[in-house]
Design a protein around this ligand. Structure first.
Ligand code: NAD
Ligand code: WQD
Length: 345
């Protein structure tokens, strides 16, 4: 059964590609728009090898309203949007704030304008646990206060949530689901798609896998003097395929459930806090591969500990992140090995 067409912005990116696979498996048709600023056209081959279906693809920039309108005319009847397209490097956003505000906010505002014009029923938005800053309590629920953003990137997520809320409250004829991701990690179990970091990875897992394969000499663990059981920071590492599946649940609910609210917010995490040192151990045990590391000073701006309470998503969406962390680590490693086989890195 075809459940209708979904526009996936940023669909050749890390989370967007995994979500496209799950949307197709659930019976949706997918149109991807991506400007390929942080992804590669070959991702479409990976998606097709997994799904047997090649999603429609438009190479264009979501900040280009003309290109967006053209897309909606070319693909009439788009029912829903998932907006992944954004610039996401926290450090870069400190150096180039305008780029971040322009790209992330103009993309969202253009999409919202098109939704009314082209009668799109709902939009799922990729937000982040970064909106909670350093939470007062863990696990953090959706009711926790939003803390002042510590980077322009984080601020774009807060402002985006406010824009969506204002637009819906002003009576826009569509719904929205805001998903706050914790730390998405791992790759598809087929190793056909995964994360493709640009340059030296800033995030922990790609740094671990690149060190394990010998691209980096050693991993720097940023601090072992935090007031946590082993002194390293604590995060909620969520498997990217589990995360992708939550988008399908959110889309189904938004489009099919008359009783769902016009705007809903969900934490997407596992509910478990795992420290950086525990994660390294899990990786080593799961793969049998050593990760040379040294302890260095704290990274400025790091949150000490944050993990999510996903009960709301568990209950209302009927979704749970249940992939064991060891399996997720094996998938990240298999993906790194695949990139090596293909001579990519
Ligand atoms: P990604 O960089 O892999 O994917 C984003 C995709 O959007 C890329 O393919 C990029 O080329 C594209 N893109 C960027 N700007 C565009 C534009 N103006 N027009 C068209 N395409 C554009 O990132 P990801 O990790 O898959 O993240 C997806 C979303 O989830 C982002 O909004 C990100 O902020 C959010 N998020 C990510 C994480 C994480 O840790 N990965 C955590 C929380 C939230
Ligand atoms: C995780 C832990 C580091 C690299 C970022 C964004 C956040 C969200 C997710 C999008 C931290 C430690 C890391 C390394 C290390 N993204 N680390 N050595 O900081 O939780 O969140 O990605 O919305 O907004 O800020 O993720 O993977 O960078 O770090 O010790 O080489 O690993 O200190 O404790 P973070 P991360």
């Amino acid at each position: 059964m075809n459940k209708g067409t979904i526009l996936v912005t940023g669909g050749t990116g890390y989370i967007g590609s995994h979500t496209t696979v799950e949307l197709q498996a659930a019976g949706y048709s997918v149109v991807i728009i991506d400007n390929l600023s942080n992804s590669n056209i070959d991702v479409l081959d990976g998606i097709e090898r997994i799904s047997g279906i090649r999603p429609a693809f438009v190479q264009a920039d979501c900040t280009d309203m003309g290109a967006l309108k053209q897309l909606f005319k070319e693909y009439p009847g788009i029912k829903g949007i998932i907006n992944f397209a954004a610039s996401k490097a926290v450090g870069e956003s400190m150096e180039k704030p305008v780029l971040y505000y322009r790209n992330n906010l103009n993309t969202l505002m253009n999409l919202l304008d098109c939704m009314t014009e082209f009668n799109v029923k709902g939009i799922v938005f990729s937000s982040s646990c970064t909106v909670y800053g350093e939470p007062d309590e863990n696990p953090v629920t959706e009711a926790a206060p939003i803390k002042k953003a510590t980077s322009p990137y984080g601020n774009t997520k807060q402002i985006s949530e406010e824009i969506i809320t204002d637009v819906i409250n002003a009576g826009a004829p569509f719904k929205s689901v805001i998903l706050r991701y914790f730390n998405p990690v791992g790759a598809h179990p087929t190793a056909e798609i995964g994360e493709l970091p640009n340059g030296v990875p800033q995030n922990l897992i790609p740094y671990i896998t690149q060190t394990a394969i010998g691209i980096r000499k050693e991993l720097s663990v940023f601090g072992n003097d935090y007031p946590t059981p082993d002194g390293s920071c604590i995060r909620d590492f969520i498997n990217v395929v589990d995360l992708a599946k939550a988008h399908v649940k959110a889309m189904d609910r938004m489009l099919e459930n008359e009783g769902s609210d016009k705007i809903e917010i969900y934490n997407l995490g596992t509910g478990n806090g795992v420290s950086v040192l525990e994660l390294i151990n899990t990786f080593e045990e799961a793969t049998g591969v050593k990760v040379p590391y040294k302890i260095v000073g704290r990274r400025p701006g790091d949150i000490e500990k944050v993990w999510g309470n996903p009960s709301h998503a568990n209950t209302v969406l009927g979704w749970k992140a249940d992939t064991p962390l060891a399996d997720t680590m094996r998938s990240a490693w298999a993906w790194q090995c695949r990139l090596r086989e293909r001579g990519i890195m």
